[in-house]
Write a protein that binds this ligand. Structure first.
Ligand SMILES: CC(C)(COP(=O)(O)OP(=O)(O)OC[C@H]1O[C@@H](n2cnc3c(N)ncnc32)[C@H](O)[C@@H]1OP(=O)(O)O)[C@@H](O)C(=O)NCCC(=O)NCCS
Length: 140
């Protein structure tokens, strides 16, 4: 159940992606296509994967994504991505999607979250090991 009195808090201060929803992103009902948001989730996960280790990545899976709130033209979407597990060749990244609406009164809504698994690949397009430098980021 949605608690409209509480404003959800984003997981980190700075989003990996922030984007304004445009008329070109809508379906015939006037709300934003889910596929547009899935695409941004994929990109946010990619940003986080690159930050953890600067390799080539492909997306191998995106676990069930439930859209809890509609997104409208003019909403500002913020996507927060965080690596939660780094395996031998794959990385699991949690992505949270928040919508900021400015029509009075201003509000923030938690739209959805996703668990994305990205696989590091080599020049042969086959999985390759992910090596994290000790001074680099961590999957905390
Ligand atoms: C991703 C890809 C390279 C994996 O190849 P593969 O032969 O299945 O590789 P492996 O079985 O060795 O698995 C590699 C890693 O991916 C993980 N993995 C594979 N399938 C997975 C799945 N369905 N869900 C979660 N993780 C998965 C494995 O657990 C392994 O992780 P680990 O090394 O950290 O333990 C291959 O499936 C591929 O190229 N897929 C297409 C990716 C793509 O083009 N995505 C964009 C869609 S347009």
């Amino acid at each position: 159940m949605t608690d409209h009195k509480k404003t959800p808090r984003p997981p980190r201060n700075e989003p990996d992606i922030r984007v304004v929803m445009m008329p070109r992103d809508t379906n015939a009902e006037g709300s934003i296509f889910g596929g547009v948001i899935l695409s941004y989730i994929d990109q946010a996960a990619y940003v986080e994967a690159k930050r953890q280790a600067p390799l080539r990545y492909v997306t191998v899976s995106m676990k069930e994504v439930v859209f809890r709130e509609p997104v409208h033209v003019g909403d500002v979407l913020s996507l927060y991505a965080q690596a939660t597990r780094i395996g031998r060749t794959s990385m699991t990244i949690s992505v949270q999607v928040m919508a900021e609406r400015f029509a009075p009164p201003p509000s923030t809504a938690r739209v959805t979250e996703a668990e994305v698994v990205m696989v590091a690949i080599g020049d042969d397009c086959q999985p390759r090991e992910i090596e994290i430098e000790s001074s680099g980021g961590s999957a905390s």
